[in-house]
Design a protein around this ligand. Structure first.
Ligand code: ZN
Length: 133
């Protein structure tokens, strides 16, 4: 089952510029990595048990670049944590939620992730996230 808010994804044009804002709040960068399959650079900022995930597009055809072009920078998705992302996908599908990912893919931090379609969740993009330790 879903057991926590894992992270909040925020679409940004530039991670370095954005980090300056979070540093003003006393928050620290944990790590930056590139996720080529998503065409993004990802920075994690821990805050308690949750992380802020900054997403910067690495190419103009990145889904994040399209999001920023259409809606501007800002909150992009909520990620709910689970120990079994496949089970959550099956549950969501059996309850008539639309899936973007029918099978999980690899996200940042070596997590297995899958997105639900925002059309079936009233505009909120929801990521299911299983951390693989
Ligand atoms: Zn995410």
């Amino acid at each position: 089952m879903l057991n926590k808010l894992n992270h909040i994804g925020i679409a940004v044009k530039n991670i370095e510029d954005t980090l300056l804002i979070y540093k003003k709040l006393g928050l620290e960068l944990e790590s930056i990595e590139e996720v080529p399959s998503q065409k993004v650079k990802v920075a994690f900022i821990p805050i308690g048990e949750v992380r802020i995930e900054l997403l910067e597009p690495t190419s103009d055809d990145s889904p994040i670049a399209k999001f920023i072009a259409k809606r501007g920078e800002g909150i992009h998705h909520l990620a709910f944590g689970t120990d079994d992302v496949v089970e959550e996908l099956n549950l969501a599908e059996s309850n008539d939620l639309r899936l973007i990912d029918k099978v999980p893919r690899q996200g940042a931090h070596n997590a297995s992730i899958a997105f639900l379609h925002p059309k079936s969740t009233l505009g909120v993009l929801i990521e299911l996230c299983q951390e693989n330790h």
